[in-house]
Design a binder for this molecule. Sequence first.
Ligand code: HDE
Length: 722
Amino acid sequence: MAQSKGEAQRKSKAGEGAASKQKQLETFSQGTENMLTTNQGVVIADNHNSLKAGIRGPSLLEDFILREKITHFDHERIPERVVHARGSAAHGYFELSKSMQEYTRADFLQEAGSRTPVFVRFSTVAGSRGSADTVRDVRGFSVKFYTREGNYDLVGNNMPVFFIQDAIKFPDLVHALKPEPHHEMPQASSAHDTFWDFVSLMPETTHMLMWVMSDRAIPRSLRMMEGFGVHTFRMINAHGVSHFVKFHWKPKLGKHALAWDEAQKIAGKDADFHRRDLWEAIAQGNFPEWELGLQLIPEAKAASLGFDLLDPTKLIPEEMVPVQIVGKLVLNRNPDNFFSETEQVAFHPGHVVPGIDFSNDPLLQGRLFSYTDTQLSRLGGPNFHEIPINKGVCPFHNFQRDGMHRMLLNKGQVSYEPNSLASGAEFRADGGQQGFHSYAEELESPKIRRRSPSFDDHFSQASFFYNSLSSVERDHIAAAFQFELSKVETVAIRQRVVDNLAHVDSKLARKVAEAIGIASPDAKAAAGRAGFRDVRGKLPVESSPALSMEPPATPASNAISTRKVAILVAGGVEIGAMRVIQQALHDAGATTKIVSDRLGFVATSSGQQLAVDHTFTNTASIMFDAVMVPGGAASAQALARNGDAVHFALEAFKHCKAICVIGEGVELLSSLGVTADSTPLPEGVVRGKNDPTTRVPMAQDFIAAIGRHRHWTRANVDAVPA
Ligand code: HDE
């Protein structure tokens, strides 16, 4: 609407008025910039004493400074997330390497080389906000893309499938998983009766249980795990053609796990292990990276996969539909404030942009309701999109108004559409190209509350996953089932689980049963129970190597990048070979820390002073990926007399880590039968002399041993007392 000359003059006068008011304010408040004020801006004279009636008298209600401070403090907490409460996040960007124009009209997937800012939050599921990082659990992997067309959230996990097929079972699953309601135990653990009671009565959980009992559930680092969108989504191109799509994140550092004993010990020694690892890597400039991969499936091919891609307990093997790499995710900035960003970020699978759409996966459909709903109670009202971390980078305007914590100052007379008054007329729905159009899927079916028979295959992919793993990974799964079920007190529940397992692999089921003292698995009994379905689909491939976490036979060039190596020393340590190996480790991207019995300096055999980073009491082998013990008779003897030092080396051995012993340093492994000339050496143990000719090959062998991550097949680790 054109404005009159008078109106324009009035507006420009008002503008001048505001500017001069600002100027006056700046002059007045000069010199108070560093002073404490109340939230109303009143400068505080004394922040140590409340207002009292007399120097020893009662405090006065009148003390508005005390009341404001304490009231604000009293309300500092917001409800933690009902699931995924424990999390850590970082800023970064997504860079497209290949245009996806053929498949989607999403703006951020059009131009190769374009960058989109992101905020990524990783989480555990079961534990409360202060729980430990390294528990056995699924990890959340949520990415918020701040695109020019609005925010797009890919709210996924580090496992490609889920426990249940329909959203209506989610509250039951979570109630069963969370600490038991009568005594609120155990914290952040599925190893208890209610969880196994529920899952054993819901055989559709079996495939996901295999993943949660696998090494995927105890990642070495958040930087070393894959991410998955889990559900099938749709991509729609500019011509309205739809493809089904599955999203994958592939870590540049490879996928690696902790040992279970190690994970439990870390939970006690450093509950922030994963959070610290992510923070420190970014702070040191070692920016974590993932590749974004897509599996694109034409509509017509979906019916011939051998399973229903609307069923979230199924994955599509990469060997059937290859994963196309289309870009990379880089995390390069730590948050400035945990609460404002990591805690207040609100993800939502329903935050999509034109060109990305949903499938009818009944779990996804339920999620589309849940995520806004949960923010209403967690973030206190419908205006959480105005919190800076949730705000898009593109402008937004509509006629939604008011509500708790509204920050926007909407001007004008009009708050409805259509209107003919004032500027409100500018905002109209775009019926054309720019707007979001839902995919016009044909639907003509009766309203029905039933599961599709195509979801009845509960076991074939559980077996498929198990068969795709190495024998070590399979052993770890058996051990995890044994551990979890040994904590279940009700024998009938243990029995139901192993009866179900017999439908995945009969040997696995027997192995688990034997260790937990119950009757042999009974596959027939399982099949007779209510809700049991084992209608096997047929996959054209027998196994999927991509599902295994085994590192490649030839380690990648960055295989030991950001890995941590402990160097155990005492007075008289010989540092000749140590320095050469240390330098080689640094050159390969690893970090080293000197560990001794006290902080300060240690005198070396050549009279130099070696600075100590950690003591045996403030750190432990579980904080490192590998251990080196340099030579020097005095140092080695002192270490061998120190129980903490011996335990350090033996525990690293038990957790199958690479160990390098130089010269007399071998004494720390003497209880394992490793001496200066014993053969064969245990797998992953490198031994050498302080001799200049052997230093470089020793460094190379040690780097190769660390590059294997862990030597899981090392013999006799069970016999090592650590
Ligand atoms: Fe979530 N989920 N979920 N979920 N989920 C939440 O939203 C829910 C599911 C996932 O870092 C909540 O803001 C329902 C699958 C992640 O902030 C809540 C169902 C997958 C995060 C919620 C599912 C996820 C959440 C709790 C079944 C993997 C953390 C706080 C229908 C694809 C996001 C919140 C973050 C968080 C509901 C199932 C991933 C309550 C109802 C499947 C990574 O809305």
